[in-house]
Design a protein around this ligand. Structure first.
Ligand SMILES: Cc1cc2nc3c(=O)[nH]c(=O)nc-3n(C[C@H](O)[C@H](O)[C@H](O)COP(=O)(O)OP(=O)(O)OC[C@H]3O[C@@H](n4cnc5c(N)ncnc54)[C@H](O)[C@@H]3O)c2cc1C
Length: 757
């Protein structure tokens, strides 16, 4: 008889009694405390002495932290499947992936009918459950974006919207005894969940045989289907019959169920805390040990076998079975229900073969070692807002640092803070704001620390406070060879220099230490101008900004002229002062440069200004097309050429940011970001590659360099524009030292062949 090798799990089966109302919740909390993996509840919606199972499970989820929760089993005839799918996904999301779903075809038909349910024959009930399963799986499947058509005579949906997808692949465990239900379990279930008390000797073996045959007939590996078993008994000093005796007797009697009948999950039916505790302390660990010893003697590996529906979607070049155990549970592959959440980034659609979600530096080391052994592209992702970066790919591996989100104050006196790469600037600003501090970052709260703080960081405080990297004091970085090193002015200073502007080429930064500034309330102005005299407007705006004190930082945005010929420019400005007179004094010269269409000026905190992001999952499509240039001055010639570019209509978003000021105070050789003399950063987004490239290349004569974070063009010349010759030469030397195999190559790769000037 088979041992399917399922890692052993233990659960409780608690009566959902409503007297006293929270006793079932208390028993669930005890289950967690005693170390059970799972707590389950029967579902009899027609039984007034019970609490409603869904409501109870939601309450239990809110009052527990770790334990999984499942109905045992859900009365599907009284639970509309599309709604059940949504409820299950919601509870799974709210509980952090702790919901599992036991399903039954129905029993007690008189009571079901009395509650308004439809009476079905046993055969019809199996068909109905089969249709319900299709509906549930369909609602969860957001990897398929089309409207859902599923089900049949008993349960059907037509054109239903899908989602939400659960936080994890919720397993469907089926309560089955008779052959038709067993065959359904083999075809469509993720687990078989019978009660021992309803079974005769030999029934488990016979049931397994039916399930296995049906599974194989459906092209599945029988080991995909977990075998669960509800058991009950009593502890006594001496043997009083099956599961009635001392813990040692329980272990001896349960062992064959695991080894001969393949049971992987034992669920103890008991409402007695003393029995639960004794089972958890004296039976479960001993049984686990005995099963492990026997498996090792028999050479049966203890492992989770993933469903064929998932493994069928695997991509070539990735050894999925070799994913290190430390990061396997959080890994996402194309067939997983939450794949749609991690496949794409904010601006780019992707189809990676594997996303390794890491939760610590040690995980990053494991993920990197694993990824290096695979023959596919490697992407590194923090906040997923890369424009230049390639933090997703097609068929490759993504190391996803989104879970590393700490924002920590290390020392109040020196304003020293530690940020992890997955933290978003909106969260950083909110935390620092509580201390009256801010860190010059970008203009959008959703951007991640990891990508921006390794490239530069041109934002609302640039002229007064410099780039983000100018505040960086140290990093912890995982190098290509897996070593974890610290880099600062004193430790690995070369590496520290390179990380500040070309970090993506050198490793995976897992921690950043910054010295931040005291920043109080700010003046926040949003002005709209008639910029139909586009060249004149650009010139005046540029001259006004250059003449302004550095407490003014201003961004200008334009699109193509409107159908009526008018061009509108949005000018967004921050004045680093809470004094209304200073704010007005800075804005007055700006307000006069062209006819003002709209204005709004207010006092705001930096955290308020950065709270402009969406929390939705990234859903980028296609590839962004952005071109970047750094400009010393907005000359009449540049303004005229830029106006011509806008008139073509090929650019739908054209932005100029003021830089200069404190950014220019930093010597050009102090960081790998070297174009310190530029007063402006220019970016254009378009949709037609050739036309935008042609137009942009024509503007090239005006630029003194470019900012890689706003560039998508992969042609070799771009590296030479991003880094002056001496900078690029030093970067090439360091690349050879720190990443000789060129592991980090997906984001503007510094190769030995990179063109020098
Ligand atoms: C809406 C929007 C607004 C923006 N505004 C600004 C702005 O105001 N100022 C500005 O300077 N930039 C801005 N950017 C550009 C942004 O800074 C970069 O795209 C940055 O790389 C995004 O960081 P991320 O962590 O979110 O990106 P991700 O997509 O996660 O990463 C981008 C790239 O950075 C590298 N990377 C990421 N994490 C790490 C790490 N931990 N260690 C080493 N390398 C890493 C990788 O090469 C990766 O491909 C903006 C982008 C968007 C989409």
């Amino acid at each position: 008889m088979p041992d399917y090798g399922s890692p052993l799990l233990f659960g409780t089966f608690i009566t959902p009694t409503n007297r006293p109302a929270d006793s079932a919740v208390g028993l669930a909390q005890l289950s967690e405390k005693f170390g059970f993996d799972l707590v389950t509840f029967q579902d009899h919606p027609y039984q007034p002495s019970f609490l409603d199972t869904w409501t109870l499970m939601s309450w239990v989820a809110a009052r527990t932290d770790r334990i999984h929760i499942s109905p045992n089993v859900l009365s599907t005839p009284l639970r509309q499947p599309a709604v059940t799918a949504r409820a299950a996904a919601s509870l799974d999301l709210l509980s952090g992936g702790r919901f599992d779903l036991g399903l039954g075809a129905g029993a007690f038909w008189d009571a079901i009918e009395a509650m308004g349910g439809r009476r079905l024959t046993p055969g019809q009930a199996v068909d109905a459950l089969s249709q319900a399963i299709d509906v549930i799986r369909g609602v969860w499947d957001l990897n398929d974006r089309g409207p859902l058509e599923a089900g049949g005579e008993y349960h059907s949906v037509s054109g239903a919207k899908r989602g939400p997808a659960p936080a994890h692949n919720i397993p469907l465990w089926i309560g089955a005894y008779k052959p038709r239900m067993l065959r359904l379990t083999g075809r469509k279930g993720d687990g078989w969940l019978p009660s021992l008390s309803y079974m005769q000797p030999g029934d488990l073996a016979a049931g397994n045989a039916v399930i296995d045959e049906a599974a194989q007939g459906a092209g599945r590996d029988p080991r995909e289907i977990r075998r669960l078993l509800n058991i009950g008994g009593r502890f006594a000093a001496t043997n009083g019959g099956p599961l009635s005796g001392p813990p040692r007797q329980w272990v001896e009697e349960l062992l064959p169920y695991a080894l001969e009948d393949g049971v992987g999950t034992f669920i103890l039916a008991s409402d007695d805390p003393a029995v639960m505790q004794r089972f958890a302390e004296e039976v479960a660990p001993a049984l686990r040990e005995a099963v492990a010893a026997e498996r090792s003697a028999r050479g049966v590996p203890s492992k989770i076998v993933r469903p064929a529906s998932i493994t069928n979607q695997r991509r070539p070049g990735i050894d999925y079975d070799a994913i290190p155990i430390s990061i396997a549970a959080a890994a996402v592959e194309p067939g997983d229900l939450d794949y749609h959440r991690v496949r794409s980034t904010y601006m780019r659609g992707g189809a990676p073969g594997l996303v390794l979600r890491v939760g610590s530096t040690a995980d990053v080391v494991d993920a990197l070692a694993y990824a290096r052994a695979q023959s596919v592209p490697l992407a590194v992702r923090s906040g997923g807002h890369g424009i230049s970066g390639r933090s997703t790919n097609d068929g490759g591996i993504v190391i996803d640092l989104a879970a590393l989100i700490a924002v920590e104050v290390l020392d109040v006196a020196t304003r020293r803070v530690r940020l992890e790469p997955g933290a978003r600037w909106v969260d950083v600003a909110a935390t620092l704001g509580q201390y009256g501090w801010a860190l010059s970052s970008g203009d959008y709260g959703g951007v991640g620390v990891g990508g921006l703080a390794t490239a530069g960081g041109i934002g609302w405080l640039a002229r007064g406070h410099g780039l983000t990297i100018d505040h960086l004091r140290a990093v912890e970085i995982v190098l290509a060879d897996g070593s974890v090193v610290r880099a600062s002015a004193d430790e690995n200073p070369d590496l520290f220099w390179a990380v500040r502007g070309a970090g993506a080429n050198f490793g995976i930064v897992t921690s950043f230490e910054f010295e931040v500034d005291e920043v109080g309330e700010l003046g926040w102005a949003q002005l709209a101008f008639d910029a139909s005299d586009t060249a004149g407007f650009l010139e005046s705006w540029g001259a006004t900004i250059e003449a302004a004190p550095r407490d003014l930082t201003s961004f200008m945005i334009m699109g193509a002229p409107r159908a009526d010929g008018q061009t509108v420019a949005q000018v967004l400005s921050v004045v680093d002062s809470a004094d209304p007179d200073t704010i007005i004094g800075r804005l007055q010269p700006l307000a006069g440069i062209a006819p003002l269409l709209q204005q709004s000026v207010q006092l705001a905190s930096y955290a308020d200004i950065m709270a402009n992001n969406s929390d939705a999952d990234h859903n980028g499509q296609g590839d962004p097309l952005a071109r970047s240039g750094l400009l010393e001055h907005i000359t009449p010639e540049f303004a005229a050429d830029a106006a011509r570019l806008l008139a073509t209509g090929d650019v739908y978003f054209f932005q100029i940011r003021s830089v200069g000021g404190a950014v220019s105070d930093v010597p050009r050789d102090a960081t790998a970001y070297a174009h310190r003399s530029a007063n402006f950063s220019v970016v254009a987004f378009g949709s037609h590659q050739q036309r935008v490239d042609d137009a942009w290349d024509a503007l090239g004569q005006h630029f003194s360099g470019l900012y890689l974070s706003f560039e998508t063009d992969r042609r070799d010349e771009r590296l030479g524009e991003a880094f002056p010759v001496d900078t690029l030469r030093r970067l090439r030397e360091l690349k050879l030292r720190y990443d000789p195999q060129n592991t980090f190559r997906d984001n503007f790769n510094i190769t030995q062949e990179a063109v020098l000037g």
